[in-house]
Write a protein that binds this ligand. Structure first.
Ligand SMILES: [Zn+2]
Length: 254
């Protein structure tokens, strides 16, 4: 694990629950927000767009959502494309919303669980606790280079009136710098110096961006999806054959 800027904040096991996961107890206690990530468990992949049978994966999604009841009757997810589109979601009651080509979600609705699927990419949790406005972003190198964080802040500002100083940010479970060796195209896209270090710590780059954008309260998970394959799925460590975890963020229904 490589040391990065931003204070370390560890997700911890929630239990006993039907679906294995880690959550930020600090966000639950300070903000009454549910923020976490599922674990690989006994093959508990939630990757809908994978080689696995969709019906099997949907059955797991239902088990996961059932374990979140009654706090979250609504769930949003996206068919992610490593882009920078962040959708704002107004309340829609109960059920599923699947958005195409979307890598980030935001809302101020309680009872709505925002989700992104990850396996090395960084889930970025943003919350403006005072306005109960939330965003959850899927940030691999393309999303980081495309500045999806800035897009998330823009949506929160336009839709909820949030300014960066109001926002708390957490960079969740993902690949660490030691495990993430990249080629020259990635270094160039991320404006990292060429010729020296060819490892990138995406969470460190996100913390740098956050600081530049004026976010004051930034924390970083100590967990690496690739170092700890017993608990997490890792695209890189599996040669692209692994499943997906779900990162989630929401304000529980009253
Ligand atoms: Zn690692």
């Amino acid at each position: 694990m490589t040391a990065v800027g931003g204070r370390t904040l560890a997700e911890t096991p929630v239990g006993p629950v039907a679906f294995p996961r880690l959550e930020l107890t600090e966000w639950a206690e300070r903000f009454d927000l549910t923020a976490g990530v599922t674990l690989r468990g006994e093959g508990a992949s939630l990757g809908l767009w994978s080689e696995e049978n969709v019906g099997t994966v949907m059955t797991r999604w239902r088990a996961f959502l059932h374990s979140m009841h009654p706090d979250f009757p609504a769930v949003v997810l996206g068919h992610q494309v490593h882009g920078t589109t962040v959708n704002w979601h107004d309340p829609f009651g109960a059920g599923w919303l699947i958005a195409d080509g979307v890598d980030g979600h935001a809302t101020a609705a309680s009872g709505m669980l925002l989700t992104v699927t990850v396996a090395d990419c960084i889930p970025v949790y943003l919350a403006d606790p005072g306005r109960r406005a939330l965003a959850l972003l899927h940030a691999g190198w393309r999303g980081v280079a495309g500045r999806i964080l800035e897009m998330g802040l823009k949506v929160l500002r336009e839709q909820a009136g949030s300014s960066p100083a109001d926002i708390v940010m957490h960079c969740g479970v993902g690949i660490c710098g030691s495990c993430y060796e990249v080629g020259p195209e990635v270094l160039q896209a991320l404006s990292r110096p060429k010729g020296g270090e060819n490892h990138v710590d995406l969470r460190m780059v996100l913390v740098e961006q956050a600081t530049q954008l004026g976010i004051l309260d930034v924390s970083v998970s100590p967990h690496c999806s690739s170092c700890d394959r017993r608990r997490f799925f890792s695209h890189r460590a599996s040669g692209g054959r692994d499943g997906r975890m779900v990162a989630y963020l929401g304000s529980p229904a009253a």
